[in-house]
Ligand binder design. Sequence first.
Ligand code: HEC
Ligand code: HEC
Ligand code: HEC
Length: 425
Amino acid sequence: MTQVKSPFTLTHSAVALLAASTLALTTPAPAQEPVSTSALADNNDPIQRGSYLATAGNCMTCHTREGGDQFAGGVAFHTDFGVIYSTNITSDETSGIGAWTEGQFIRAMHKGKSADGSNLYPAFPYPSFSKVSVQDLTDLFAFFKTVAPSSDTPPDNDMGFPFNQRSLLGVWNYLFFDGARFEADSTQSENWNRGAYLVEGLGHCGTCHTPRNALGGLQSDHALSGGTYNDKVEGDKIRPWSAVNLTSAADGLAAWSEDDIASYLKTGHGGTAGSFGPMNEVITMSSSQLNDGDVRAIALYLKSLAPIERAPQHEMGDQDFRAGELVYTIHCGTCHLPTGLGDPSIGPQLAGSSIVQAEDPASLINVIIYGAETPTPAPPSAWKNMEAFGDKLDDDEIALLSTYLRSNWGNRGGPVTEAHVGKQR
Ligand code: HEC
Ligand code: HEC
Ligand code: HEC
């Protein structure tokens, strides 16, 4: 069989071939000739291509539990509707997807359906993966055929009625899932399209960074303007994090250059910020392993997003403002400076920070309570880890301090209450 490449990893010479075969399968067909120069452009080996695409999709993190076999599933996802465990996607014929056909795999990724046709929960980001081209999924499938089989079986989901009824997800899909393939925008550059394809497709950035409605549907009119991600911690506890506004809003990435974003995704450190929360895993397991061209394409695409301002303006009373300033001066100002502008060698800038201003203050509170740990291995230019203040400051001090940070230096962001802080403990 002739190996045909994905629309976004094509060489010019393959376009005719592609038009003749793959595109016929993907509807609707892209409006322009989508050509790209990523790591895969000249690679004809479906397994190597699939392996790279699995990295771009970070399949490993969600499908490998601590101490478990690679891709053998069993990772718990705590949703508002109960606990869902990821499945075994190794080549094992009974526990994994070894007996699946390519068609069943493509249907799972494009339509969120398991081999027997039952609906999968959207904790599996098929709403993003539905954007991925058939050719890329064919390569991914070829790669998963080579993953060592594991007979591990994930625990049963822990969901009450009616959420344990997979058939109900048909309604969810009807309401919130359009299932369309990615369509290139002919008015944009090839790199822009590649960035968009990665962000909206395999990269599934919106899974965390797009706000959801009460039923867990992504609010596409607010795409990438900031969402909440529930991370699991010891025991049955979950810790919410705000995945910040990635649009060019003042409470988003307005202050970041393309270089800043690319460096952050490649190393965990860029411009005025470093990663410390759930992004550590996204960066070490996925984005740092993408080639520079792909990371730059993502940065280019993010910088092109029209600003969606989410954080409201808030004025503090004089007395509260001075009380907040005092806590800041005693505990934080030495590193983040009285101006909030930080210092490249001691600590990041808090003026204009999207973490500080996020509509949901969860990540800001987490940094204060639990400190900040850079990813390992630490990026060359990384700051030292920031210590935890959870024992030094009580909930009302943290609330006051957070509100101060969100009301000073031109920052936006509503007030933070003791209840907010309590929720993060
Ligand atoms: C954000 C976490 C997450 C990521 C990333 C993720 N998955 Fe999953 N996946 C899940 C969960 C959770 C399920 C189980 C859903 C269910 O049981 O309804 C699942 C189910 C599946 C299934 C269905 C298996 C079955 O037995 O029905 C396949 C196939 C699959 N994932 C493949 C992949 C591939 C390939 C990637 C990478 C491109 C990937 N997943 C990335 C969380 C994830
Ligand atoms: C000893 C120096 C130091 C002190 C004191 C300190 N920090 Fe930090 N802070 C850091 C460093 C370093 C980072 C970056 C860590 C990383 O990138 O992993 C950071 C990160 C942050 C961030 C994330 C900013 C962003 O946009 O990524 C916030 C918010 C923050 N600190 C707030 C505070 C507050 C509030 C206090 C006082 C309670 C405080 N810090 C005290 C050094 C410090
Ligand atoms: C598992 C959830 C999750 C996924 C998936 C995810 N993010 Fe994040 N992201 C976060 C969280 C939470 C933060 C807050 C800081 C942290 O975790 O270090 C963040 C922070 C960021 C920041 C830094 C903002 C700042 O001011 O410090 C950038 C840039 C970013 N993400 C880009 C992306 C891109 C691009 C993707 C897709 C390739 C992505 N993220 C996928 C959860 C996620």
